[in-house]
Design a protein. Structure first.
Length: 306
């Protein structure tokens, strides 16, 4: 009897244990590191190459010798244009006479021998008798006065009208010499009689007429040939800019007498021209850049001369 009761008790204990075990919540697994998700990689795209920009290379002849301030101005214009146009317009400066004859730069631009040139418009007086009003004449405007006038629409219309017979586009005026012009001579000039027979170089046709009336012998020698002409006796005297320009041209080596005058040619103004067909190849932005660069760089050269 006792044994039966003991078995019943053990059976009850076993049943209770099994029921308790079945009702107990299941243990959650211990938290582990969060699952990592592989990063999404953006699809690789091949960038579209930028279109190649067209590069124009122009021959740029000046009326100046290699060591002159005028040629340094041309080099500055070329350097600035390359930067300002991001290399789209490259100017290659040439000294006087390198491609077309010296003093014939305007004709060279017209014929397309060079795309661009900076020169003295008075050299073309045989083509345009009125050209002195755009380049300088005895008793005329000073450089600063000329700048103000040539900045007006009326003056620009006049020079464009004058150049119509040629395939040439007028770009800008360049200030060159300051107000005082210098007369350089091998002999002293104290009276009007001292001009008789004087071989005098000038590019201004009206000044040549005045010299002729004074019984002098005017001659139009290109800028880059003035020094040699003085050495060889081809000319006895010349007008060719201010003191700074004359020093660069070594006039002090070939002449003992230097006279400063306010009225012979009050100022020097050169002009920049582009072949008409070449001009149309430029976009409007580069056209404007070229205009402003030629003007602004000439300001710097003008300040140096002063």
């Amino acid at each position: 009897m006792k044994t039966k009761s003991l078995l019943i008790l053990l059976s009850l204990i076993l049943i209770v244990s099994l029921v308790a075990a079945g009702c107990a919540p299941k243990a959650e697994p211990a938290p582990g590191p969060a699952p990592t998700t592989a990063p999404t990689t953006a699809p690789t795209t091949t960038p579209t190459p930028a279109p190649e920009q067209e590069v124009l290379t122009w021959r740029y002849q000046t009326m100046y010798a290699a060591e002159s301030d005028g040629f340094r101005l041309a080099e500055s214009i070329a350097d600035t244009m390359k930067i300002a146009t991001d290399g789209r317009l490259v100017l290659e400066p040439y000294v006087q006479g390198a491609i077309v004859p010296s003093s014939k730069e305007l004709e060279g631009v017209d014929q397309g021998a060079v795309e661009i040139a900076s020169t003295y418009l008075n050299y073309s007086a045989y083509l345009f008798p009125a050209c002195e009003i755009f380049a300088g004449r005895p008793g005329g405007l000073t450089s600063s006065e000329m700048h103000f006038w040539m900045s007006t629409e009326e003056a620009q219309d006049l020079v464009v009208e004058m150049l119509k017979p040629l395939n040439v586009h007028y770009v800008s005026m360049q200030l060159r010499a300051p107000t005082s012009d210098v007369l350089v001579s091998k002999v002293p000039l104290k009276t009007v009689d001292d001009f008789k027979g004087l071989k005098f170089r000038t590019a201004a046709s009206s000044l040549a007429e005045i010299l002729t009336e004074m019984d002098a012998a005017p001659a139009n020698v290109p800028w880059g040939e003035i020094y040699d002409a003085m050495v060889r006796g081809v000319i006895d005297a010349t007008e060719c800019g201010d003191l700074a320009i004359n020093w660069d041209m070594a006039m002090q080596e070939v002449a003992d007498y230097h006279y400063i005058t306010e009225s012979m040619l009050p100022g020097g103004f050169h002009n920049t021209f582009v072949n008409g067909d070449s001009w149309t190849e430029l976009g409007p932005d580069i056209q404007e850049i070229l205009k402003h660069v030629t003007i602004s760089e000439s300001y710097n050269a003008y300040v140096e001369c002063n």
